[in-house]
Design a protein around this ligand. Structure first.
Ligand SMILES: Cc1cc2nc3c(=O)[nH]c(=O)nc-3n(C[C@H](O)[C@H](O)[C@H](O)COP(=O)(O)OP(=O)(O)OC[C@H]3O[C@@H](n4cnc5c(N)ncnc54)[C@H](O)[C@@H]3O)c2cc1C
Ligand code: FES
Length: 343
């Protein structure tokens, strides 16, 4: 009986107005992660306070924000008493108002493990491939991301897996060192080989769909390379008919070092690679195309674009440019577009 009572005390009860009721372990760091682990279809996108997709109204109970200044809430949202589920730690039982949507139900239930850094391979002066291992099979869909908890850093950081799910517990990431960025610099400078950090995942909806036979287009801007590698690897390993058209947009010649991460893919005759640089250094020579990656997609793919299934990842301006191209100029249905904004 004493055990029953202590177990009850270790969870918080969440009720969604007009919807599900479920419990979340008290040690969960946020409402969003607890809800997704409970299989609830709570709206979300970035998981790190940047996009605002996880806003909810608190009708009763108490939460505290782990990042009160998170840009996912506007001043207007704050005045209206909105909260971000990905930044809200529960302080007791709560009733919330939020519109759940089947599209957000996790395809793989997220877990939380210590992950040991096995290797780090430099690809470009500011981008490296990190290989971590957990003591469980690595279960995720190609294109999804995980949350890493870099040392001495407030909050989690989202990084997309570049490899395929596997029984060996291996999670690979391609991470860019962001100038002045707390989390990415901590990963480069303060995680030694053999050291472990927390890994929570998988999350994200821009994963490889297995229910269509269209040719695939992958568009990667900078470190958006990681999830596109996984999507391309997944599509080719499943032996789908057709081709994978892969577009990589870098800034200048040093970014071409990232092509080392594509060695296994370029050997496949179904894989077509296009590389474009937005600001090549004249002194270093560049014979390839110059400009933005979305313009290269339109130039290279002659067929009507609504014949393809699109996956894309990168900085928000790139995502907006690709969306405008696909939806407004070429009328590609939204269901054929799967993307992650690296906010
Ligand atoms: C879905 C997704 C996938 C991504 N995949 C990749 C990838 O594969 N490779 C890659 O290089 N980058 C990826 N990013 C970007 C990455 O998550 C970081 O934003 C980037 O590395 C910069 O982090 P930083 O800590 O160096 O910079 P900072 O400026 O210190 O932090 C920026 C990020 O951390 C969050 N953040 C900042 N301060 C806090 C705080 N106090 N508490 C909580 N959160 C905070 C912000 O929302 C933002 O996401 C991805 C982003 C998203 C949303
Ligand atoms: S999912 Fe919470 S702000 Fe993006």
């Amino acid at each position: 009986m004493a055990n029953d009572t202590s177990e009850l005390a270790m969870t918080h009860q969440i009720t969604i107005e007009g919807g599900a009721a479920f419990s979340i372990a008290a040690e969960e760091d946020t409402l969003l992660r607890g809800a997704l682990r409970a299989g609830i279809a709570l709206p979300h996108e970035c998981s790190v306070g940047g996009c605002g997709a996880c806003r909810f109204d608190l009708l009763s109970g108490l939460v505290e924000s782990i990042w009160p200044e998170a840009p996912g809430l506007s001043e207007r949202d704050r005045k209206r008493g909105k909260h971000l589920a990905c930044q809200s730690r529960l302080l007791g039982d709560c009733t919330i108002r939020v519109r759940c949507d089947e599209a957000y139900r996790p395809v793989v239930s997220p877990g939380r493990w210590p992950a040991v850094l096995l290797a780090r391979r430099e690809l470009t002066p500011d981008m490296s491939e990190f290989t971590f291992r957990i003591q469980a099979p690595a279960e995720f869909r190609p294109g999804q991301y995980a949350l890493l908890y870099p040392p001495h850093t407030p909050g989690a950081r989202a990084y997309s897996m570049s490899n395929l799910p596997n029984e060996d517990g291996i999670w690979k990431f391609v991470i860019r060192r962001v100038p002045g960025g707390a989390g990415s610099n901590a990963l480069f400078d303060h995680v030694e080989i053999g050291q472990s950090i927390m890994l929570d995942g998988p999350y994200g909806h821009a994963y490889l769909r297995d229910d269509n036979a269209r040719d695939i287009v992958c568009i990667a801007g900078g470190s958006g390379l990681a999830p596109m590698l996984a999507v391309a690897r997944g599509a080719l390993s499943e032996n789908r008919v057709g081709r994978v058209h892969f577009f990589y947009g870098g800034r200048s010649q040093p970014d071409l070092g990232a092509m080392a991460a594509l060695e296994d893919l370029v050997a496949d005759s179904r894989f077509a690679l296009s590389v474009v640089l937005s600001a090549p250094a004249p002194a270093l020579g560049w014979q390839g195309p110059t400009g933005f990656v979305h313009a290269e997609v339109e130039r290279v793919l002659a067929t009507p674009l609504d014949h393809f299934e699109f996956y894309f990842a990168g900085p928000p301006p790139m995502i907006e440019a690709v969306q405008t191209l696909l939806m407004h100029t070429h009328h590609v249905p939204f269901e054929q577009m799967h993307f992650d904004r690296f906010v």
